[in-house]
Ligand binder design. Sequence first.
Ligand code: PLP
Length: 480
Amino acid sequence: MKKQLDSIEFDLSSQERRELWEQLANELESFYAKTESLAVSQPVDTSTVRAFLDSVSMDGSLAPRDAIQHAIAGLSQFAVHTPHPKYFGLFNPRPNFPSILADAITATLNPQLAAWSHSPFAAEVETRLIQELCSRFGYANDAAQGTFTTGGTEANLTAVLCALNDRFEKFSTDGLAGMDRKPVIYCSTEAHHSIHRAARTVGLGSQAVREIATDDSLRMDVQTLEATISRDLQDGFTPLMIVGTAGTTGTGAIDPLPKIAAMCRRFGAWFHVDAAYGGGAALSDKLKTHIEGIEESDSITFDAHKWMSVPMATSVFLTSKRDILAQTFRISTEYMPSDADELGVDDPYSHSIQWSRRFIGLKVYLSLLCFGWKGYEQVVERQSAIAMYLKQQLQSENWHIRNDSPLPIVCFSHPSIDAPNALEELLQAAYKENVGWISTYSIRGTACFRACITNYGTDETHIDEFVRQMSALRDRVGIH
Ligand SMILES: *Cc1c(COP(=O)(O)O)cnc(C)c1O
């Protein structure tokens, strides 16, 4: 006789699940529809957050509907609301609705993208998306490849690894220890610090990163770059890679990409463009002229979770160098399916730092199926127009504009709040009075405010209110 195993409680009935989906849909739709009525940010109080966590226990005693309520209440009360139309922050978008559904679909069907044969639909979708993005950036279709990554940080790390494998034939077996030359990475002083992180992660160390000074517009100064490379060559270093940033995190500056491309050719360095944010310009015919030269690069980082308005962690690494991803990452093992060659496909795990992988690309795919590239073009151009409007409104209230990016990032200040504590005081008042969420950034030693239009729903009314309230605060806080 068969012995009956103990039954376990690790699922809910179909009826209960349906009710929970419905509850969840109602609560999430309510957040989505009413995001604007929430405060964009709230003062941080560590003990209140912890007390909120203490109100439940992880022993399975909470009814599922209360558990859902707990999670949504916690996130509603204790978070900066990046999907708020007055979040003028750090590139975090309001995710578009189809891309939100994509995450729910991915979590439920949980496709495994390590091997192509486990998820042919998902793998082919990502391949198509990579091809589409490569051609948007001007890469020749037959040679370009790429991989979805969790973020720009992973994409930049992938770039450094590809450059090392491309320039040092035995890197994958002998590593840094087998090198007779010291590789150096060049980027501007305004570049994102994930470049330094990548240098540390691969074992080059942050001293292998040369920060090149910038010009008046905070773009890499190519003459300084040239002089630094020449000095390094004399000192026995090898230029491994030059990173051009297309849209710096601080001010949206775009490095002179064609000139950097020429330097890379001259010195045999890998040309990487960190377009984590500014790559969004490629979505618009009007804006893409600003990132010309990107098509000459060996690789590109582009974060869809910034200007493509999809949930985190959605980014791509693209390369115009066919086979470099396989050269860098391919490992054969017995425990993985080995049918990729027969099928004439690439297994995603052989092209990526990641192994087990979620279906990252579905968020972008569903967005495109519903809104198309045309929809993206409209969003990107509208956000740029709103930033232009913000700039004008600030100027008419006598604010000084401190950057001149074609991308929707506006840095501004005023002499009456130039003292660091005055700026900080105004910032805290702006948070407290729910004027909006902005950050501060220091340009050539003087701090200013930084506002980025990252939400497809931000309109002129939000800007009018924001500028009016900021100006009133300045008059209250500033030194006259
Ligand atoms: C945001 C950003 C990064 C880092 O990307 P994550 O997605 O946050 O990992 C790298 N470079 C630039 C220019 C960025 O703006």
